[in-house]
Design a binder for this molecule. Structure first.
Ligand code: PMP
Length: 401
């Protein structure tokens, strides 16, 4: 028998969702991508690290050790574990960016860092600038914060810095969000000259920058570049993550904050979830201190380099003649563009019929989308499987044979 109270009609419906929630895009390719979960599909769609490269023994040992220490199952501070922050700070300093533990707030993945910075910096209606195309879940976060998101276009493979300068001044933008190294979705990297110019614009215009660097350590060729925070320390907030170099399931990331934003971001963190899992932070700190992380990262880098090369050498016979694609020095993604009049979403439907998948590029655009673009991830499978997937794609696109 139902225990619902007897209320006379008419029943009043509850109020609807917020305007901000309504503004967040759901991806039109979501339904198609649900089909990529069939086991027979070789999916270049997700940005999944290779699970066989996780250092399971090292991580297990770190959890075992961490569980012997008092307090690891207790509540802890919102800024995060001192031991973990010191490990992260040491790595920044070794990388040329002087950092102390107090500059860092540990977050539940760098995705949470993005949300905390949006909460700390954006009022509904504020304009923010992003690279066009941009990391999809950043677009969602900024839309949920009520931001007006304006895309800064690329000119070929380089960001249009004159447009950045012009848009920053025209909109009094709250910040410019960038993934400067091996961007998601394009794999593009801002070279040294571009970095210096972005920093120069930030200093001259008083433009704040959020640099999101989950792929920085996944470099397979070319020289390391200074982070934007090195070039404009008071204007740049940096986000980092262990998702791509250790394991995404740990959900450990961080904000390297500037002193003006630190108190607000700490309150935002407290309000979001009090703190990131104490035991996960303790295990991550122990794992890093054990020195195994560098060995694991070397293994990841050399495997991913082979996978990138397998993808780059297979693409000419997988995509239709006249297609172009990026040749990234690192990260996880290749960005391709189909010839005139072709549409990547239509190609995905055909690809799925051949049990292979990728992500169409359209959802990654803040403004008008380029329907010819697509993103392929090369990290999930070994080279042989990549070659099989690409020959299926060649059959689907009509490029093969
Ligand atoms: N930023 C970028 C550019 C990403 O590609 C991702 C993950 N795909 C994230 C942030 C979020 O990573 P996480 O929350 O796992 O640290």
């Amino acid at each position: 028998m139902s225990s619902a109270p007897q209320i006379p009609a008419p029943i009043v419906a509850p109020p609807g969702r917020s305007r901000r929630a309504g503004a967040a895009k759901t991806s039109p390719v979501r339904d198609l991508l649900a089909l990529t979960e069939r086991p027979e599909v070789i999916s270049f769609a997700g940005g999944l690290p290779a699970p066989e490269l996780f250092d399971l023994d090292g991580i297990r040992a770190a959890f075992d050790e961490a569980l012997q220490a008092p307090g690891v199952l207790q509540y802890s501070t919102s800024e995060g574990s001192a031991a973990l922050r010191e490990e992260v700070a040491r790595r920044y300093t070794a990388d040329g960016l002087d950092t102390s533990a107090s500059d860092l707030i540990i977050t539940t993945g760098s995705q949470q860092g993005l949300g905390l910075l949006a909460t700390s910096l954006v009022d509904p209606g504020d304009t923010i600038l992003v690279e066009e195309p941009c990391y999809l879940a950043a677009l969602q976060t900024f839309a949920l914060a009520g931001a007006r998101v304006v895309g800064v276009p690329y000119d070929g493979d380089a960001l249009d810095l004159e447009a950045l300068d012009r848009l920053a001044s025209a909109h009094s933008a709250k910040f410019f969000y960038t993934v400067p190294t091996f961007q998601n979705p394009t794999g593009r990297t801002h070279d040294l000259v571009a970095r210096k110019q972005i920093a120069e614009i930030a200093l001259r215009r008083g433009l704040r920058i959020i640099e999101d660097e989950p792929y920085r350590q996944l470099r397979y060729s070319g020289d390391a570049l200074p982070s934007l925070a090195t070039l404009a320390p008071d204007h740049v907030l940096s986000l980092g993550s262990f998702s791509k170099v250790l394991a995404p399931g740990l959900r450990i990331g961080w904000i390297r904050t500037t002193p003006d934003i630190r108190p607000t971001a700490t309150i935002a963190k407290q309000a979001a979830d009090l703190h990131t899992s104490t035991i996960d932070q303790a295990a991550a700190a122990r794992y890093l201190a054990s020195g195994r992380g560098d060995l694991a990262l070397d293994r990841i880098r050399s495997s991913y380099a082979e996978r990138r090369d397998a993808m780059l050498s297979g693409l000419p016979s997988a995509l239709p003649a006249g297609s172009t694609w990026s040749r990234p020095d690192g990260g996880m993604f290749v960005w391709a563009r189909l010839p005139e009049a072709m549409d990547a979403t239509q190609l995905l439907t055909k690809a799925l019929a051949h049990d292979v998948a990728f992500v169409p590029g359209a959802p990654f655009f803040a403004g008008p989308a380029d329907p010819r673009t697509l993103r392929l991830s090369f990290t999930t499978y070994a080279p042989d499987r990549i070659r099989t997937g690409l020959s299926r794609l060649g059959a689907a696109s009509g490029a093969a044979g």
